[in-house]
Ligand binder design. Structure first.
Ligand code: AMP
Ligand code: ZN
Length: 112
């Protein structure tokens, strides 16, 4: 499958990995929007948040359980923002579900 994040998960293309276990991998975003900006993805290809079902949703809890550990390891101590862009109007550019974790600065709300 021609999916850049599957290729990162399979180590077919390099990335700056910050966390990995048997189910998920986290790596630094190529175009960081904050002092700390990493992406957490399931190794399994799920296209977007719109394709999460009761059958495959355990991985989402798993992802949220590793985010606090990674954030702490990367020195984020004052909160962070978790972002999921879903589909075209949501601004998703890579069709493999991923959660952005941004920290090291404060963020405005609501997002534009
Ligand atoms: P989204 O717009 O939510 O789909 O986010 C895709 C993100 O993936 C963007 O922030 C890109 O900078 C990032 N990205 C794309 N290719 C790579 C890559 N090879 N390694 C790390 N981050 C990437
Ligand atoms: Zn994929």
């Amino acid at each position: 499958m021609d999916c850049i994040f599957c290729k990162i998960a399979n180590k077919e293309i390099p990335s700056q990995i910050v966390y990995e276990d048997e189910k998920v991998i986290a790596f630094k975003d190529l175009e960081p929007q904050a002092p700390v900006h990493f992406l957490v993805i399931p190794k399994e290809h799920i296209k977007s948040a719109d394709e999460v079902t009761l059958e495959n949703c355990d991985i989402i809890g798993h992802i949220f359980s590793v985010i606090p550990k990674i954030a702490k390891e990367l020195g984020v101590t004052n909160g962070y923002r978790i972002v999921n862009n879903c589909g075209e109007d949501g601004g998703q550019t890579v069709s493999h579900i991923h959660f952005h974790v941004l920290g090291g600065r404060s963020f405005a709300w609501p997002a534009g």
